[in-house]
Design a protein. Structure first.
Length: 564
């Protein structure tokens, strides 16, 4: 078992997210049924519930899917959980991201059935869960007051991804005695820019992952829990078990949600039937397997509407796959199609000519204005919505032997449901200072905020010191407000050994890091490939996440509280 099983009583246990392999291990241990309390798409390494359901059916286990958003436990959720426990064959195992939602639902159900709060608190505490807030046993105070003993930090960071850890390190690089905490339940941290190269057989999975504990900066408190919600009027964040955490200043960097359910049938076929995606850690090796196996047939690559993280990644998969087929001598036998919901190959026109040459080289057919809406893996068919000449919507069907899918994306649920979000659901910040437009003690960076920049690791590398500076300026610990120019970078891997290094800011303004005689970003470059393959990974692990701000020099103004 990858996840530790916590035995609550003789007939019920809980754990963090389980895998397909775990399902069979649980069956061998005598478990008869499963309850999933985790919505799909919360993390990039999360198997969809349909994969777990298929494994459960194969192992002879019953299963109920009762997803609950972190920190949102309704009376109906408790009733549904109780009904499932009573109807499913015992023993039953429930899981979510950390097990907290599952044991909280169980405890609230037991409380309804007459067991005492103190007894349930002790049962949970013995399994390392604190349910004092969920069971109403935590100290209470008026909304505008902090309860005695409640967790409180000068700076609270939501998210331990590239943006969250980088901004914590950037803060400490400037002032080393700050009271900082990071909230994130994930045990592991991924170098997601490497997954494109995993899908091309260049990197190994193990090259893209480290433990979160090894990356949390020294002196920063790690709150290993999921966020349930924000209460910015009272300077607090609620955890998934309803515990409050208070702050003086908040930095929101939770990343982006992959909406696999946004395409009908996709979750039912991911990882088999030739359906893959480099946007999930465990599926990138399957991409490479499919590419190696395909000797003839039709290969389809898709891109959803913006915004998405790393907008070049969908076509990177195309280029590297096609390059492998070209080198293997089978390219002429493969019909390659790129279906893009947008209307252009790349959003910054200066890079399009070089990319178009590779599209021509690989014989790929471009279909703009086509949004993937449905997949049937068994029949190997996909359907795209597009507009006819008269403006009417129509469906276009295509066959495939392999299809690489980029899923539609959105901000995490707890962000979209909060007062921090704009109308589209993203953290609403001033695009120059990255300070929240309404709440002056809140900042945002990374993929979940709404500045009109490319959502890439390179953007987070630039944003982290800007947010760090501006938070400390607000604390009167540094002078001058830093400004973000929208910088983002997309190393477009057009073939094995060459990259078109796209670097740009707001409005598509070119922002190259190197002189043209070193790397001309508008031309395929061997040196840019070396940068991507050999230099950027150690810079990510050993510099960016450690507060060593390589090639970052943000502009400052000396006065004013811009964005407040």
């Amino acid at each position: 078992m990858q996840s530790a099983i916590k035995q609550v009583d003789d007939s019920f246990s809980v754990s963090a997210q389980i895998t397909v392999e775990d399902v069979h291990a649980l069956a061998r241990q005598g478990v008869k049924s499963l309850i999933c309390n985790r919505p799909d798409g919360e993390a990039a390494d999360q198997p969809n519930v349909t994969e777990i359901e298929a494994a459960a059916a194969e192992a002879g286990l019953a299963m109920a899917y009762l997803p609950v958003v972190s920190g949102k436990f309704s009376s109906a959720d408790v009733s549904d959980f109780l009904a499932a426990l009573h109807s499913l064959p015992a023993p039953t195992h429930a899981y979510c991201r950390t097990g907290t939602r599952s044991i909280t639902l169980w405890a609230l159900g037991q409380l309804r059935d007459g067991r005492s709060s103190q007894e349930l608190l002790q049962v949970a505490a013995a399994l390392d869960y604190d349910l004092s807030s969920a069971l109403g046993l935590a100290p209470q105070a008026p909304a505008h007051q902090r309860p005695a003993g409640a967790a409180h930090y000068d700076i609270l960071i939501v998210g331990a991804g590239a943006a969250g850890i980088s901004v914590a390190s950037s803060l400490l690089a400037r002032v080393n005695d700050l009271d900082i905490a990071i909230i994130d339940p994930a045990e592991v941290h991924y170098y997601q820019p490497g997954w494109t190269l995993v899908g091309a057989g260049i990197f190994k999975q193990r090259d893209t992952v480290k433990t979160t504990a090894s990356l949390i900066p020294e002196g920063v408190h790690w709150i290993k829990a999921a966020v349930g919600g924000f209460d910015p009027h009272n300077n607090r964040v609620t955890l998934e078990d309803t515990r409050p955490v208070y702050y003086e200043r908040l930095i929101v960097a939770p990343g982006i949600k992959l909406n696999w359910h946004g395409v009908e049938g996709l979750v039912d076929t991911l990882g088999h039937n030739g359906v893959t995606s480099n946007y999930r850690y465990d599926l990138a090796p399957y991409t490479w397997k499919l590419v190696q196996q395909l000797r003839s047939g039709r290969a389809v690559f898709t891109q959803p509407p913006m915004p998405i993280k790393c907008a070049g990644a969908p076509q990177k998969a195309l280029y590297l796959s096609a390059d492998h087929w070209r080198r293997s001598g089978v390219l002429d036998n493969i019909d390659i199609a790129f279906y893009n919901a947008g209307e252009v190959l790349f959003g910054v026109k200066e890079y399009v000519p070089a990319l178009s040459e590779y599209i021509k080289l690989y014989g790929a057919k471009l279909h703009f204005g086509h949004r993937l809406v449905k997949i049937d893996g068994d029949s190997r068919k996909a359907w795209f919505e597009t507009s006819a000449d008269n403006g009417e919507k129509q469906l276009v069907e295509t066959d495939f032997d392999m299809i690489h899918v980029c899923p539609p994306q959105c901000a995490p649920d707890f962000v979209r449901a909060s007062e921090l979000a704009d109308e589209a659901g993203w953290v609403d910040v001033d695009q120059n200072t990255l300070r929240h437009k309404t709440f002056a003690n809140v900042w945002g960076l990374g993929d979940a905020m709404n500045a009109p920049n490319a959502k890439t690791a390179a953007a987070a590398r630039m944003q982290a010191p800007i947010v760090a500076n501006n938070v400390l300026e607000d604390m009167s610990l540094v002078t001058g407000i830093a400004h973000y120019n929208g910088y983002g970078s997309c190393p477009l891997t057009v073939e094995r050994g060459k990259i078109v290094l796209a670097e740009f800011g707001y409005g598509g303004k070119l922002l190259p890091s190197f002189p043209r005689w070193v790397i001309n970003g508008q031309k395929p470059s061997r040196l840019a490939w070396i940068l991507k393959e050999k230099i950027l990974p150690p810079i990510y692990w050993k510099a960016m996440l450690k507060g060593k701000e390589w090639m970052v020099d943000p502009e400052h103004s000396k006065t004013g509280k811009a964005g407040a």
